[in-house]
Design a protein around this ligand. Structure first.
Ligand code: BG6
Length: 483
C-alpha cells in the first residue's frame, strides 16, 4: 500500500497555551510527526504563545523534551528534530492585556495560511479573539481552533459561540472533538458509505440494538478540579460519544463535505428523545488496588460526580425507531477498550434444527486499541454430527491488513491540525451541532441534580456498577465484555 500525503500550504500556526499540557503531549509532538511525513512545507512555522517570558531557544528545548517524551523512539530522528526546531518561535502574550500583541503582529506573515490554536481555558477565548482582531493580526481568512470543553451547558455554549461570532465567521472556527480525528472513527463513515454491503441493513428493521463503549483504565487523579465540574456526561458523552452515535445513525450525506456531513449529524442529535431517569446509571469508582477512589481524587469528599455513566438513548426517526442505542463510558475500568457493536436481528425463520448454537450477527468496530473490525457470522461447525451451527468472527485487524502503513497512522490531533491548515471543516463541530448536543444533555443532568441522585460505587478494575448490567438485562440483552 502506498502512503499518500496530501500537500498543505505554507502556514504560520500560533499555539496559545503553547507551553501547556495539551500542547506538550499532543499538539507539538503531533506537528513534529507531520513534519517528519513531509507535511510542513517550505518555511512553515509554529509560534508558541503563553504568558511566561521565554526565548525562542527556551521554547525549542521545551518542545524537544516533549518530543523525546511523547513520540515513540523509532520516530525520533535527531536530524529531523534539529530541523523542526528551526520552525519554532515564541512570543510572550498577555491574553487579558496588551503585552505581546504588537510583537505577534510583527512575527506573523500575511502571505501564508494563518491559524490560531486556542489551547487555553474557554474563559480566555473572547479575550484572545478580540485582540487578534483589534491588532489586525487575524483577517477574514485566518482560522481559529478551539478546544473542548465547549461550554458546560447550552447557555454557556451559546455565549461562547456568540463571543467567537463577534470576531470570526463560522467558516473560520474549528471546534475540535479529537474523536473525529481518530482513524477508526473516520473508518465508520468509510465502512458505511463506501460499501454496499451494510447500508441496506442499517435500520431498525434489521438492527436490534447498538452498544457504544469507551472504557478507560485511567483515574482522574490530578484532574479532580476539572472533573468535579464535568463528570463523565459532560466530559465524554456530550461530545465524543455523541459524535460516535451520530456517525452510526446519520443518513448518508450527499457528499463528504463539511456542511453535508454536519447537517446529517445535527438531524440525529435533534431526533434524540429525552432520556428517562431509569434509563441512566451513574457510577463512581471506589478505592482499591492501592489507589484512592474518586472522592480522594476529587476536591470534594462528598462529591456526587460520576466517573461512569451508562444510558439508553432512542432516536425518533424512521430509520431508528425501535432500536435502542446503549452508551457507556467510565474511568478505572477493567481495560482500555473502545468499540461500537451493532447487533443485528435474528433471521425471521430458521430452517435448521440446531437452535442451540443460534446467535445474532454482530458487527464490532474496535476503535482502540487494536483497531479493526469483526463481523460475527454463523457457519456450519466442521466435521460430522449433522448440521450444527457455530458463530465465528470474520476478523480484520487493520495493522495486519494494512501492513507497515498502519503503524504510521496519524494521531487524532495531528490529523485534525492538518485539516485546519487545508481549510477542511468536515471533522470539526459546527456551532449549532454543539448547542443541540447540550440541549439534549442539559435536562438529563438537571434531572439527576433535582432528584439528588448519588452515583453507585464500583470497584476499580471491574466493568462498572451493578445497575448498569440491569439496564441491559431488563431488556433481555447484555453488555459485551470489556477486555
Ligand atoms: C478527553 C477527556 O477528551 O478524552 C478525558 O477529557 C478522556 O477524560 C480522553 O480520558 C479520552 O481520549 P482517548 O483519545 O484517550 O480515548
Amino acid at each position: 500500500m502506498v502512503s499518500r500525503v496530501i500537500p498543505v500550504e505554507v502556514f504560520d500556526l500560533v499555539v496559545f497555551g503553547g507551553t501547556g499540557d495539551l500542547a506538550r503531549r499532543k499538539i507539538l509532538p503531533g506537528l513534529y510527526r507531520r513534519f517528519l511525513s513531509g507535511q510542513m512545507p517550505g518555511d512553515s512555522r509554529i509560534i508558541g504563545a503563553a504568558r511566561a517570558e521565554h526565548t525562542d531557544e527556551e521554547f525549542r528545548s521545551l518542545v524537544k523534551e516533549a518530543i523525546l517524551e511523547f513520540v515513540p523512539e523509532n520516530r525520533q530522528d535527531q536530524t529531523a528534530i534539529a530541523d523542526f526546531m528551526k520552525r519554532l518561535h515564541y512570543v510572550a502574550i498577555d491574553a487579558k492585556g496588551e503585552g505581546g500583541w504588537a510583537k505577534l503582529k510583527e512575527v506573523m506573515r500575511t502571505d501564508v495560511v494563518n491559524a490560531f490554536y486556542f489551547s487555553v481555558a474557554p474563559s480566555l477565548f473572547g479575550d484572545i479573539a478580540l485582540r487578534l482582531k483589534q491588532h489586525g493580526i487575524a483577517d477574514d481568512n485566518a482560522r481559529i481552533v478551539v478546544e473542548k470543553p465547549f461550554g458546560r451547558d447550552l447557555a454557556s455554549a451559546k455565549a461562547l459561540n456568540a463571543t467567537l461570532a463577534k470576531h470570526f465567521n463560522e467558516g473560520q472556527i474549528y471546534r475540535i472533538d479529537h474523536y473525529l480525528g481518530k482513524e477508526t472513527v473516520q473508518n465508520l463513515m468509510a465502512v458505511r458509505f463506501a460499501n454496499i454491503l451494510f447500508e441496506p441493513l442499517w435500520k431498525s428493521e434489521y438492527i436490534d440494538h447498538v452498544q457504544i463503549t469507551v472504557a478507560e483504565t485511567v483515574s482522574v487523579e490530578g484532574r479532580g478540579a476539572y472533573y468535579d465540574k464535568s463528570g463523565a456526561m459532560r466530559d465524554m458523552v456530550q461530545n465524543h460519544m455523541m459524535q460516535l452515535l451520530c456517525l452510526i445513525a446519520m443518513e448518508p450525506p450527499y457528499h463528504f463535505d463539511p456542511d453535508a456531513v454536519r447537517d446529517e449529524k445535527l438531524k440525529v442529535i435533534r431526533a434524540l428523545d429525552p432520556v428517562q431517569p431509569n434509563d441512566i446509571v451513574r457510577g463512581q469508582y471506589l478505592s482499591g488496588g492501592g489507589q484512592g477512589g474518586y472522592v480522594e481524587h476529587s476536591e470534594n469528599e462528598q462529591s456526587k460526580t460520576e466517573s461512569y455513566i451508562a444510558l439508553k438513548a432512542h432516536i425518533s426517526n424512521w430509520r431508528w425507531k425501535g432500536t435502542p442505542f446503549y452508551l457507556r463510558t467510565g474511568k478505572r475500568l477493567r481495560a482500555r477498550a473502545s468499540e461500537i457493536a451493532i447487533t443485528f436481528r435474528e433471521p425471521p425463520h430458521s430452517i435448521f434444527d440446531d437452535a442451540k448454537g443460534w446467535r445474532e450477527n454482530v458487527l464490532v468496530i474496535r476503535l482502540q486499541p487494536d483497531e479493526g473490525m469483526n463481523l460475527m457470522v454463523m457457519i456450519k461447525e466442521p466435521g460430522p454430527g449433522g448440521m450444527r451451527l457455530a458463530q465465528v468472527p470474520l476478523d480484520m485487524t487493520f495493522a495486519d491488513a494494512l501492513g507497515p502503513d498502519a503503524e504510521d497512522v496519524p494521531d487524532a490531533y495531528e490529523r485534525l491540525i492538518m485539516d485546519v491548515i487545508r481549510g477542511n471543516q468536515t471533522l470539526f463541530m459546527r456551532g449549532d451541532e454543539v448547542e443541540a448536543a447540550w440541549a439534549w444533555t442539559d435536562p438529563i443532568i438537571a434531572g439527576w441534580e433535582a432528584r439528588g441522585d448519588k452515583p453507585q460505587g464500583y470497584d476499580p478494575g471491574s466493568s462498572g456498577p451493578e445497575d448498569a448490567l440491569m439496564l441491559m438485562h431488563r431488556d433481555g440483552r447484555r453488555w459485551r465484555d470489556i477486555r
